[in-house]
Design a protein around this ligand. Structure first.
Ligand SMILES: Cc1cc2nc3c(=O)[nH]c(=O)nc-3n(C[C@H](O)[C@H](O)[C@H](O)COP(=O)(O)O)c2cc1C
Ligand code: SF4
Ligand code: SF4
Length: 395
């Protein structure tokens, strides 16, 4: 679109637009990474490269869509899965990336290697190896929801700030590439983690990743499908990801943020950018809707920018931060009168049912509810649930 520049710079690396494909099945090999870049993504993060063989062999089955009908319509759904790390040995990745590099560059695509070590020495070795392969950036998997106990990777290590700091310092000594730290929202405070990572030399942060869940079958009384815990994420996660992104942005730590966790539409991407992200990562939505959502999301961002008169991502990145009203300053005194539009109301009775104060009453099921203005506490619940948008406040 004329006049619109979607490019962003993250820690010295140029991205032609703000959409990066996150580490996962869409990037399970270098050819997959290339497919993402050919589809228009500015960059892609490889599936996490590790020497841990228990992470390289995938459980079968390992993926389950909760609310599949909604997933196919791109509404709220969840992806529950126990997809582990890359099944390819690091040395195979080295070869694959070296070969893919040229084509990625021709498309202006950035290759980011996700790595995870079991020891500080392994973290160091992997960082050196991916730099040798020719990647543009390194991302540290400090977020994998499946890792829980006493290991130096995934969300397990994120509960030990000293170890996270030590990993970062090790990596920064091993490579001159910009390093991205991936934050977990599960069992750790992402804002605290972000601070620790920044003080240990991280160059950019991903906020945030998935949670761990457990879904139980009531018939067998066992966990469903593969029988254990699983990662749990999807479009429902967006407000949580936007909130963490805003909280981290408010700290003004001086490193770029990459917003992630539940992006499935351009609106999600714009929200994350408004909350302080410079770019966004997407994984689950590409798995469910295919690579076509990459240009769709980018087109949506562009059209929205045109409608708002923005030319660059930086024009609106983080602009809502100063508009977030803190708890102690929220409006409490103003009172509204509640109106019901008789033309729109279909007498479904939902507003009567949900009102916590019993402020809506109807003479019978065939009549329009009537508000008791004195009893209405202006909570807003009936307004937002009315299927006909028939209820409004007037000052
Ligand atoms: C099936 C699956 C496999 C994933 N594998 C990895 C991985 O190997 N390494 C990693 O850092 N993140 C992995 N992730 C997490 C994603 O990179 C991403 O952080 C997370 O899913 C949130 O983004 P999304 O809502 O766009 O999927 C995986 C996610 C899914 C759904
Ligand atoms: S929820 Fe809306 S449509 Fe239903 S009774 Fe109340 S005002 Fe009418
Ligand atoms: S705004 Fe809240 S308190 Fe007032 S009628 Fe609606 S649900 Fe009840």
């Amino acid at each position: 679109m004329a006049g619109i520049d979607l490019s962003v710079n993250i820690s010295g690396v140029d991205f032609k637009n703000p959409l990066i494909v996150a580490s996962g099945p869409p990037t399970l090999s270098a050819e997959h990474v290339l497919k993402c870049i050919r589809a228009g993504a500015a960059g892609a993060v490889t599936k996490t490269i590790t020497y841990d063989v228990t992470q390289q062999v995938q459980p079968k089955p390992r993926m389950l869509v909760v609310n599949p009908e909604d997933a196919l319509r791109n509404r709220f759904y969840s992806l529950y899965s126990i997809d582990l790390m890359s099944e390819y040995r690091p040395e195979l990745w080295l070869r694959q990336i070296s070969e893919a590099k040229k084509e990625a560059k021709a498309h202006g695509g950035v290759i980011i290697a996700s790595i995870a070590g079991r020891t500080f020495e392994e973290w160091e070795k992997l960082a050196k190896l991916v730099e040798e392969a020719g990647v543009d950036m390194v991302e540290l998997n400090l977020s994998c929801p499946h890792l829980e106990k006493n290991v130096l990777m995934g969300r397990a290590v994120s509960s030990s700030p000293e170890k996270v700091s030590e990993i970062l310092k090790t990596i920064k000594k091993a490579t001159s590439l910009p390093v991205i730290g991936k934050l977990t929202p599960h069992g750790a405070n992402p804002v605290e983690l972000a601070r620790i990572m920044v003080s240990s030399g991280v160059n950019a942060l991903v906020s945030t990743a998935r949670f761990q869940g457990l879904i139980v079958d009531l018939e067998t009384m066992r966990p469903v499908s593969w029988g254990g815990f699983g990662g749990y994420g999807g479009p429902w996660q967006i407000p949580i990801s936007v909130s963490w992104t805003a909280h981290i942005a408010m700290e003004r730590l001086g490193v770029p943020l990459i917003g992630s966790g539940g992006v499935s539409k351009w609106e999600d991407a714009v929200q994350l950018i408004l909350a302080g992200a410079s770019a966004i990562q997407v994984c689950t939505a590409i798995m469910i809707n295919g690579l076509k959502i990459i240009p769709e999301i980018l087109r949506g961002i562009e059209e929205w920018m045109v409608s708002k008169g923005f030319q660059n991502i930086a024009d609106f990145s983080g602009t809502i931060i100063d508009r977030i009203v803190p708890l102690e300053k929220l409006e409490r005194r103003k009172r509204f009168r509640l109106y019901i539009d008789a033309e729109k109301c279909v007498k479904c009775g939902v507003c009567i049912r949900v009102c916590p104060y019993g402020a809506l009453k109807a003479v019978n099921t065939a009549s329009i509810p009537e508000p008791e203005q004195e009893e209405c506490d202006n909570c807003g619940l009936c307004l937002s649930i009315c299927p006909r948008r028939a209820i409004s406040f007037k000052e």
